[in-house]
Design a protein. Sequence first.
Length: 464
Amino acid sequence: SKPDCSAPSATALSQSHGSTSSAVPAWTLRRSDKQVSGLEFQVGSQSTSALYVLDPDSDMDSFVFRTGHQWVSSPDGCKLGVPPTHWGITAAEIRLFRQWCCNQRGWQRGMPVRDMVDKVIKAQLKLGQSFAVACKARMPVQVAWLVSHCWEEDTAEFLDDVLFMMDTAVDVGIFICCLSVYQGTEKEVHAQVTQCSDNIDEGCFAQVLSSVKRHAGRVLVISNNNILSRGEGLYSRLWCGWEAYQAQEQGVPITLHPRKCSPAHIFGKGDVASYSLRYGKCGNPLAQSMADTHNERQIKTAIESRLGWEKIDSKIKIAMLHAWREAGVTDVVPFLMDKNDKVFQMAVLSLGVQNWSSNKEIVEKTATELAKHVQRSPENITSALRKLGPAGVALLARLMFSDEDEIATAAQKAMRRAVDEAAQHTEVIPMQLRVAQYEAYQRVPAFRRKPTMGITESAICRFR
């Protein structure tokens, strides 16, 4: 049978999912003298003036290239410009997209997203509208969530992953670059991504992330097994790493896919401690487009002119450690080897008390690395260990009896700080700290005990 090559319509959406009003809000318009555009669009209790009326004589063939925006037609026949903040797609429309894809001539089971964009989306959607905007069952939806992914994954599996992570958030507008950005010519894609600006803070993804923050949304990070099989992680892609950094800076929560969230899925199979976004690429590393090359230059220039690579890398690692801690992922031992104090501190907290008390290998490995960090930054490390309670304090106490005088001295300084802070905040009472010191002291052979250790024989007798 002849494939359906038309964009999905409101009728198609209603047939697939019942009444459109139950899945997504319908158009409602009202006149407003206060709006320059002359129109204000209202959805339920929300209203927005981000959409704007276009001149009836506008050249729509070049509209995307000239403005970086997309367009829709309202029920009364007006053409309206749509900025990136309204390129959201809902769960119902993602299901519709998957159904629509299967009816297209270029569709193949198992095809990666990159091929699907070339053979399906670009072949069928040519009117200056992405799939998200072309769904005419409702007004353009404001973006509340952002999906961070690369285009190497199996398309059907990726869509299933997104729907799984959206769970019951059926009406939430979500930004998925392959479905939200109009996949036109290279110049049109470039205009949308950059929003016709050389400043990356004014580009499409900056606007989208601001919308996510306004709606108290989140960033969904979805890696894939195809990229993992090549030894790469999601953050071998420059855009994905930049999104993680920006989310961390703006306080937007990051949620990882539970089955694709290992350190290898995120950073690759190499040495995690030596990971750097510096080597990341935009788009297809083997065949970069003009837009990819420009985006890569923009991001690298922004990083090098601001914090620099080392600090950006640390912030990305900390963002992932925060997300892993929420997800209960404890496979973070490689981050204990990181030379950055704050990354190490977050790794300590991510391991949690249970792993510290039950895993001897982790304790031994951490003790070695902790010695290096205590010398450089005793304040930060003390804070992390104190939050672990007695298990963390016991580890610090062990370092007080190190063979290396510098480490022992730094550990003693950190322990004194811990005692003072505990007395002020009652998080770990001084007695627990002293018990930890005593237990560590008892493990030290008598001939290695030093007067500077801070524990006298009389004090030990009192504990007995």
